[in-house]
Design a protein around this ligand. Structure first.
Ligand SMILES: NCc1[nH]cc(CCC(=O)O)c1CC(=O)O
Length: 319
């Protein structure tokens, strides 16, 4: 077997570097080959516009995929929630490793919990999905708070709280954990309050579809349960014809009877960013045994959500 270094294409953000570094170590373990990080700048990193305005999905992903397609790098690591639901034919997701905590969290001033934020609190998030669910919760529980659109990397967002500009910001637990800032979380938001983005907390390791030996090696890092769960979540997203910046939350989890995992539950939500209208549904059944089974589960839940008017809540839909 070759001992030549494998080239891992990565964005330069602290989060991307952290997760690429962690995957690089794991890949090096399973392949016995050194892994070298190759930094690539993506449009999403340089643009100052709001993500929703740049529109379309996958702004962070295109440059990495171009580098893969040109053979400049051997594989890439993506946050699964940032990946468009359509898979290019020349590339494959060789592994979806075990998912981290999928929940959203808040980092608030004075160690405040979400429900203890004072009247008029300003909570920063650029995500229509987070806005929709936080505003809906506030509305139904008589909390008086305002969601404030922000963007920027994780460090920038936490900075708004330290500056005193905002009372709190909403982030993904997984991202904070990967960059070593999980200790700054002041409250983990319950799944019943905020469903995460489809695929949140999971990574995807992608390489060229014709590189059979690399696909086999990277496959050692795949977690079949995570893959089934995120496949169902992403199928729901695709069937709603929504993109990664749409107000769609989804989570598939396994229900266990004692030690025996016997069912999977898929939950989905769509809402208007002001939280006035929501469609939230869930379905529970046998754990799908195949990719097609997981896809079908997502499509079925999406069909029920569409029947309840989900399409009308999504605003401009992704192409
Ligand atoms: N939207 C950007 C993004 N893409 C992936 C993560 C980290 C969490 C993950 O990998 O699911 C984040 C940061 C965040 O949402 O707080």
């Amino acid at each position: 077997m070759s001992t030549k270094a494998l080239r891992l294409g990565t964005r330069r953000s602290r989060l991307a570097m952290a997760q690429s570094g962690q995957v690089a170590d794991a890949v090096s373990q399973v392949t016995g080959r050194p892994v070298e990080l190759v930094e690539i700048t993506t449009y999403g990193d340089v643009s100052r516009e709001h993500l929703a305005q740049i529109g379309g999905t996958g702004v962070f992903v295109t440059a990495l995929r171009d580098a893969l397609a040109k053979g400049e790098v051997d594989f890439a690591v993506h946050s699964l929630k940032d990946l468009p639901t359509t898979q290019p034919e020349n590339l494959v997701l060789a592994a979806v490793p075990v998912r981290e905590d999928p929940r959203d969290v808040i980092v608030a001033r004075d160690a405040l919990k979400f429900t203890d934020l004072p009247r008029g609190a300003r909570i920063g998030t650029g995500s229509p999905r987070r806005m929709a669910q936080l505003n809906a919760y506030a509305r139904s529980h008589g909390l008086d708070m305002e969601t404030v659109p922000i963007r920027g990397n994780v460090d920038t967002r936490i900075g708004y709280v330290h500056d005193g500009e905002l009372d709190a910001v909403v982030l993904a637990a997984a991202g904070l954990s990967r960059i070593g800032r999980i200790d700054e979380v002041t409250d983990f938001l319950s799944i019943d309050t905020v469903l995460p983005a489809p695929g949140q907390g999971a990574l995807a390791i992608e390489c060229a579809a014709d590189n059979a030996s690399l696909i086999a090696a990277l496959g050692e890092l795949d977690d079949p349960f995570t893959r089934i769960a995120v496949t169902a979540e992403r199928s729901l997203l695709a069937a709603l014809e929504a993109g990664c910046s749409a107000p769609v939350g989804a989570l598939a989890d396994l229900l266990a009877d004692g030690q025996i995992v016997n069912e999977m539950r898929l939950r989905g939500v769509v809402g208007t960013p002001d939280g006035t209208r929501m469609v939230q549904l869930s379905t529970t059944g046998p754990v799908p045994e195949t990719h097609d089974g997981a896809m079908a589960l997502g499509r079925e839940l999406a069909a029920e959500m569409l029947a309840q008017g989900a399409a009308g809540l999504m605003g401009e839909r992704a192409l």
